[in-house]
Design a protein around this ligand. Structure first.
Ligand code: CMC
Length: 391
């Protein structure tokens, strides 16, 4: 084991070369394929960014049209998938159902993708985006006890997501452009984030040549945890707890600083960003806009802003470079959209999907070897077997 370097949590280990996302944690820079996240969030559509992440360039009008049409084509999900989702208790956490249902999609799409064939890969990409989106919304409909909705090819992807989630038969459903724009921005900001926990999981699972849906399903499971994507749910739970407790922000700041207390400020801190998270800046502004446009006055938004202010002036947080991350304000927007708390991480997953697919494609087409970290063994030395009746 002399040659093996231990790096718990891979804090300093590069696992691959990648041309997808550039991240400079010191300067708070995030770029997809060379484009600054601020520009993309302000100007692009989510599916355009998905195309950029996956295929490397922004699509031409013709390429974009073809991409959207192909995605639309694959939005019909096998009827038996409804029964699989039906089998879950309504109380099941949507991330667990989403991960299982995504894995189950393998059964309906059993032919492995030929990664050497661009046409095959293109189809697999469109299929994954289409079916995963539908399944994610069905998980919500099931939870709410609502009939499942289908994609309408006449409207855009974001409008479809909103309809698939919220439209109720026999009720007029009008789509608010402020909500469309906020959701579009949020999904773009979640699009990719280089070798984070879920993406590394997708690459690792995919490296064994397990299928694309199996790899995505593993990404959903990894994202679920509260130290990763699950933080967006945990942030709102924390803010509600602070509110219920009378809004004493200092008390919770002190809890987060107390090393004998397991409490952490959710939505704070990041493995790579040590200055600020550029996504959090945009999302905070978007939360302001959305709440204003919808005429919502949410006291937990004020608590969040107050919490941020106090933390940023506190030596504990300053000395450890702890800043609000992407999950700190995103939940406030999801809540304003009328989304159930347990669905927040599902929305993160819809946003991260293009990143997972892009990284899977890069890894497989780049011919990377199977991922297989080493270890430093700390267990027992060789010893003789003891028969059951002698133990
Ligand atoms: N509250 C209080 N203290 C913290 C926090 C926090 N949120 N985050 C880190 N620290 C402290 C930590 O206790 C440690 O202190 P010390 O040096 O005295 O032992 C120091 O800061 C460094 O933290 P770490 O745990 O070694 O850092 P890490 O890179 O292993 O973990 C993290 C990064 C994001 C898991 C962590 O900051 C955290 O748990 N944050 C809260 C959960 C969260 O918001 N996760 C979302 C991450 S961003 C988007 C995403 O991935 O979904």
């Amino acid at each position: 084991t002399g040659l093996i370097t231990l790096d718990s949590g891979y804090k300093n280990t590069g696992s691959c070369k990648s041309a997808i996302t550039f991240l400079d944690g010191e300067r708070g820079i995030l770029r997809y394929r060379g484009y600054n996240i601020e520009d993309l969030a302000a100007n692009a559509e989510f599916l355009e960014v998905a195309y950029l992440l996956i295929f490397g360039e922004l699509p031409t009008a013709e390429e974009y049209d073809h991409f959207k049409k192909t995605i639309h084509k694959y939005t019909i999900v096998h009827e038996d998938m409804r029964h699989i989702i039906d089998g879950f208790p309504r109380s099941a956490h949507p991330m667990g159902v989403l991960s299982s249902a995504t894995s189950a999609l393998t059964a309906f799409n059993p032919v492995p993708v030929n990664v050497k064939c661009n046409k095959d890969v293109y189809q697999a990409v469109c299929k994954a985006i289409a079916k995963f989106t539908i399944i994610a919304t069905w998980v919500y409909r099931k939870r709410e006890g609502l009939p499942l909705n289908y994609y309408k090819n006449s409207t855009g992807y974001i409008e479809n997501i909103l309809r698939l989630f919220f439209e109720i038969p026999s009720e007029e459903y009008s789509i608010n452009p402020t909500i469309v724009s906020a959701l579009n921005k949020l999904l773009i900001l979640h699009g990719d984030h280089e070798q984070n926990c879920s993406t590394s999981t997708v690459r690792l699972v995919g490296s064994s040549e397990a299928g694309l849906f199996a790899s995505i399903s593993s990404g959903v499971s990894a994202l679920w945890g509260r130290l990763h994507g699950g933080a967006n749910q945990a942030v709102i739970e924390m803010l509600e707890e602070i509110k219920a407790d009378g809004g004493d922000v200092d008390k919770f700041i002190n809890k987060a600083k107390d090393k004998n207390d397991p409490f952490r400020l959710m939505g704070f801190g990041h493995r790579v960003y040590k200055n600020f998270d550029p996504r959090a800046k945009i999302i905070k502004k978007a939360a302001d806009d959305v709440l204003h446009a919808l005429g919502i006055d949410d006291p937990i938004f004020d608590i969040a802003k107050h919490l941020e202010k106090v933390a940023l002036e506190d030596d504990y947080f300053k000395s450890r470079n702890l800043y609000p991350n992407v999950d700190f304000y995103s939940g406030i927007i999801y809540k304003a959209l009328g989304m159930h708390l347990e669905m927040f991480t599902v929305l993160f997953a819809i946003g991260r999907l293009p990143g997972w697919i892009a990284q899977w494609k890069e890894m497989r087409q780049g011919g990377e070897p199977i991922g297989r970290p080493r270890q430093i063994y700390t267990g027992a030395k060789e010893r003789a077997f003891v028969a059951l009746d002698k133990r």
